[in-house]
Design a protein around this ligand. Sequence first.
Ligand SMILES: NC(=O)c1ccc[n+]([C@@H]2O[C@H](COP(=O)([O-])OP(=O)(O)OC[C@H]3O[C@@H](n4cnc5c(N)ncnc54)[C@H](OP(=O)(O)O)[C@@H]3O)[C@@H](O)[C@H]2O)c1
Length: 272
Amino acid sequence: MATPRIVFIGAGHMAGSLIGGMIKQGMDSAFIGACDHNPPKLEQLQSHYGIQVYSDSLSALNSADVIVLAVKPQVMQALCETLKQDGDVSGKLFISVAAGITCSHLKKWLGDVPIVRCMPNLPAKVGLGVSGLYASVDTNAELRKIAEQTLECVGAVIWVEKEEGINHIIAAAGSAPAYFFLFMDAIQQYAQSLGFSEKDARNIVTQTALGSATLAMSDPGTTLAQMCQNVAVKGGTTAEAVRVFNQADIHTTVKKAMQAAIERSQQLEDQL
Ligand SMILES: NC(=O)c1ccc[n+]([C@@H]2O[C@H](COP(=O)([O-])OP(=O)(O)OC[C@H]3O[C@@H](n4cnc5c(N)ncnc54)[C@H](OP(=O)(O)O)[C@@H]3O)[C@@H](O)[C@H]2O)c1
């Protein structure tokens, strides 16, 4: 395929992050479009990035080789059925970023078209996301590559072989920013109670999180457990803190939390 024309239907937060990332990576804005029924959102994207904009989904469909479905899950069925009934969906790749909507739902509403399901996470907004990708079996290597390159514009990409792997990605990456924020908030709150200002406490915790993640990424040969041990030298202060975390069995708590996220993802899929 020559350079594919990629159009986002739904020009909200996720579409804005992906389009911003694509432009930043040097993609030609002439090959990117967005459709939404809120004119201000389209005007903003057009003025920021110079992309094509569409106020109706059928014009967007007609002008695209690749359609990124970036609306909320609850309106996905109506959108897909409109595209199928009133437009020509054949020969196009559909990429869905919606949580809880499986390929079989999408094929029921859109017909037998190639589909890639993606689950990006919030740090995609700053180009540091992790996206899980799953492709329906009829999606060929060229189309998979297009989906991969689109999501790579906002961070790392991990393919899953089975569709249930998308729910595992939700537990490990989609929901995980909240786990880190929770932990960081706990540190910040206690640091404030020790007398640090709110600003200083927040700087302490965010800089430490950034520094720790950067350090971990710079040394992939050392396990995270070993990195923890390296800081928690026997008899030292960190070892005492880590002992308290281990007494509370943090690994089991995290496992239970991730299992709860997976169960909820499955429930959301079953509700449709
Ligand atoms: N935000 C995240 O971090 C994140 C992470 C992973 C996955 N996702 C997924 O990404 C999808 C979009 O999320 P979001 O946070 O970007 O939502 P959002 O900000 O609400 O954006 C969706 C946009 O689509 C518009 N829209 C709805 N129906 C439409 C239609 N038929 N034609 C054209 N535009 C339509 C909405 O307009 P109205 O508001 O007027 O209806 C809204 O402007 C969701 O399925 C979500 O599960 C989001």
